[in-house]
Design a protein around this ligand. Structure first.
Ligand code: MLT
Length: 264
């Protein structure tokens, strides 16, 4: 499905049937990172490419995290879905939390994957703006070079060159405008900490045991702040825990979806 929303074009995969799950990818990635999750049976998978990533057109201007969340809500509207389980990886998690804050009645559950609730430190924000300058000068390839060793463990990069090549290809297909907009949106994002104790839906937090971008300590802090949250550590995975250990990830996600399947 293609959706026009506020001057943006969203490309959306819509597969399977059952209770809906919307899967929001991270930076600088695309809907393709969720390929292995499409095997989870019994649910409807709604998987957008954020503007400027995958097959969605580059955004014409600046984006914000709440702005992406508005787009995901428009995707749900277009799919005829009132409430969905909202799954987000990293930047997708920032968007999922923003969506949960602004439209709690549209969220049947949250699957927070390798993400955090806290905003950027001043140093991290500064690095985002330096990365924007780099993208303008050199394009997205250096970003992909720098991110690959954080996305996957050294072991996976060495022993599964196909997986590493696929993740690299996804990152290199991002448009410079999409990358710039995402970097700015992440740098300027709000602190979602006050939201966590107010979440009333079931939450599953998944985190790669080797994740250095949003480490297990972030996941543990979120779990402690959310009234109804479980935490699963995906052993031997880095930032893309769902890509690196799809069987373990899908087992945990499937159990969570089954447990809350009664929301219909
Ligand atoms: C992501 O995977 O979405 C990003 O690495 C998150 C971030 O840089 O904060």
């Amino acid at each position: 499905m293609k959706l026009e929303q506020g001057g943006l074009t969203w490309n959306v995969r819509d597969e399977g049937s059952g209770p809906p799950v919307v899967w929001i990818h991270g930076y600088p990635l695309s809907a393709r990172i969720w390929d292995a999750q499409m095997a989870i049976p019994g649910v409807r998978h709604i998987v957008p490419d954020l503007p400027g990533f995958g097959e969605s057109a580059p955004p014409p201007g600046a984006m914000t995290i709440p702005g992406y969340a508005d787009g995901v809500l428009a995707v749900l509207d277009a799919a005829g879905v009132r409430a969905a389980v909202v799954a987000g990886l990293s930047m997708g998690g920032y968007i999922a939390l923003s969506l949960a804050g602004k439209a709690p009645d549209r969220v049947a559950g949250l699957l927070l994957v390798d993400t955090r609730e806290t905003p950027d430190t001043p140093e991290a924000r500064q690095k985002r703006f330096e990365a924007i300058e780099q993208v303008r000068r050199e394009g997205v390839r250096p970003i992909a070079d720098a991110m690959l060793p954080k996305m996957l463990t050294a072991h996976t990069i060495e022993t599964s060159p196909g997986t590493a090549a696929a993740v690299r290809a996804i990152m290199e297909s991002a448009s410079p405008a999409g990358v710039e907009a995402a970097l700015r949106a992440m740098a300027e994002r709000d602190d979602a900490t006050p939201l966590l104790p107010r979440l009333t839906v079931p939450v599953l937090i998944a985190c790669g045991s080797e994740d250095t971008v949003t480490p297990p300590s972030d996941a543990a802090r979120m779990k402690n702040a959310i009234p109804e949250a479980d935490l699963v550590l995906i052993e031997g995975a880095a930032h893309l825990s769902n890509v690196e250990r799809p069987a373990e990830f899908n087992e945990a996600a499937t159990a969570f979806l089954r447990r809350i399947g009664a929301w219909r």
